[in-house]
Design a protein around this ligand. Structure first.
Ligand SMILES: *Cc1c(COP(=O)(O)O)cnc(C)c1O
Length: 392
């Protein structure tokens, strides 16, 4: 007989999912109601209002896509890219490459700008691409590259797009809730995020927002949106306005309870306080790691507080350390991806997982594990260095 599944209780300090608050898990287990129930629709309106505050936007088309971050990405490109459209796409890690693939699959022409993994998107290269090509429909880039831990200058890149008459499409899957994202202030036209990174919800929902200019671009299309499910014109019959809601697909009712509760948590803490918490605990983690002799991959000014890529010490077996952390401490940290596999660990400090306790747990667990492997680290100093930052 197959028995019920009871997952182990882990501490999630990888690239996502992050630890989910007990309040969010409790919300998710409340009774399912109909997705057109007036009470459910009232909750949907609250989700929309809280998402607008989180994205810092008045965009009417702000809603959660009923699928993970990758579907939010696809929703942006499938609606905005038509066959023959030229899109400048910046790649400085894994996720920019997925944007490029989306553009090409929808018949667009990707003008591909590549930067070294671990470096931000080079604004000068983007300027050069705009100078070289005309009729660019959009500029697409990743704000927070989770594969490397790098923040790119979204504000400057969006300004460049607008100076050149292009739309700005931004991946904010890892940035939203962890660092500043200002959709209206930076005039972002299409943005997508995910629930399982700094919002600390279970995975499976992707908040998105489209500016008026982006909505007009969708309405002016010469060809129908090739995806039925992600077509914004259709989905807005369910999520749009405040009038009558029409059936489009059955919303993931309980997952939206979870998102609602996670957004309530952000509101209670205050968005700016949440950014400050991520920053402070990143500095505490950094102090501990550096005291141990472990170095960061990314230059200080480009680092994401919520995703810390650190260089694996000489001679240390990457997988053995991660396995030991999971087995002995129930602690998950992330491996390197692609070109960085085996070279870095990615330590997440996202949302509910971004706590003082987790910083100290991670430092102690890593130190003890590395001692057991005779790694060349300085011992007995990490926790103290982190506590000095935490206690100011
Ligand atoms: C996680 C992530 C995605 C994909 O999100 P899924 O929910 O895994 O589909 C896209 N972009 C970035 C930057 C991410 O970190």
């Amino acid at each position: 007989m197959t028995t019920s599944f009871h997952p182990p209780v882990r501490t999630l300090m990888g690239p996502g999912p992050s630890d989910v608050s007990p309040r969010v898990l409790a919300a998710m287990s409340r009774p399912t109601i109909g997705h057109l129930d007036p009470e459910f629709i009232r909750m949907m309106d609250e989700i929309k209002a809280m998402l607008k505050a989180l994205f810092k936007t008045d965009n009417e088309l702000t809603m959660p896509v009923s699928a993970p971050g990758s579907a939010g990405m696809e929703a942006c490109f499938v609606n905005l890219v038509e066959p023959g459209d030229k899109v400048i796409v910046c790649q400085n890690g894994v996720f920019g490459g997925r944007m490029k693939e989306n553009i090409e699959r929808f018949g667009g022409e990707a003008i591909h700008i590549q930067d070294e993994w671990g470096k931000p998107v080079d604004v000068e290269k983007v300027k050069a691409a705009f100078a070289e090509h005309d009729n660019i429909k959009a500029l697409a880039f990743v704000h927070a590259e989770t594969s490397t831990g790098v923040r790119s200058d979204a504000k400057t890149l969006c300004a460049l797009a607008h100076e050149n008459g292009a739309l700005a499409i931004v991946d904010a899957v890892t940035s939203l809730g962890g660092i500043e994202v200002d959709v209206d202030g930076w005039e972002i036209d299409a943005i997508y995020s995910g629930t399982q990174k700094c919002l600390s919800c279970p995975p499976g929902i992707s908040p998105v927002s489209f500016s008026q200019k982006a909505v007009e671009a969708v309405q002016k299309r010469k060809t129908p949106v090739p995806s039925w499910f992600l077509d914004k014109n259709l989905v807005m019959g369910y999520w749009g306005g405040s009038g009558k809601r029409a059936y489009h697909h059955t919303a993931p009712v309980n997952s939206l309870y979870a998102l609602h509760e996670a957004l309530v948590l952000v509101e209670e803490e205050g968005l700016e306080n949440a950014w400050a918490r991520h920053k402070k605990l990143h500095l505490a983690l950094r102090a501990g790691l550096e005291a141990m002799g472990i170095e960061f991959l990314v230059a200080e000014e480009d680092r994401l507080p919520q995703l810390n890529s650190v260089v694996i010490p000489e001679g240390v077996d990457d997988a053995a350390v991660r396995t030991a952390l999971l087995k002995n401490y129930n602690l998950e940290i992330g491996a390197g991806l692609g070109a960085l596999a085996g070279k870095v660990w990615r330590i997440g400090l996202m949302g509910s997982a971004c706590t003082e306790r987790n910083v100290l747990l991670c430092l102690d667990a890593l130190e003890n594990t590395l001692i057991g492997m005779n790694a060349p680290i300085k011992v007995g100093v990490a926790a103290q260095a982190a506590l000095e930052v935490i206690n100011g």
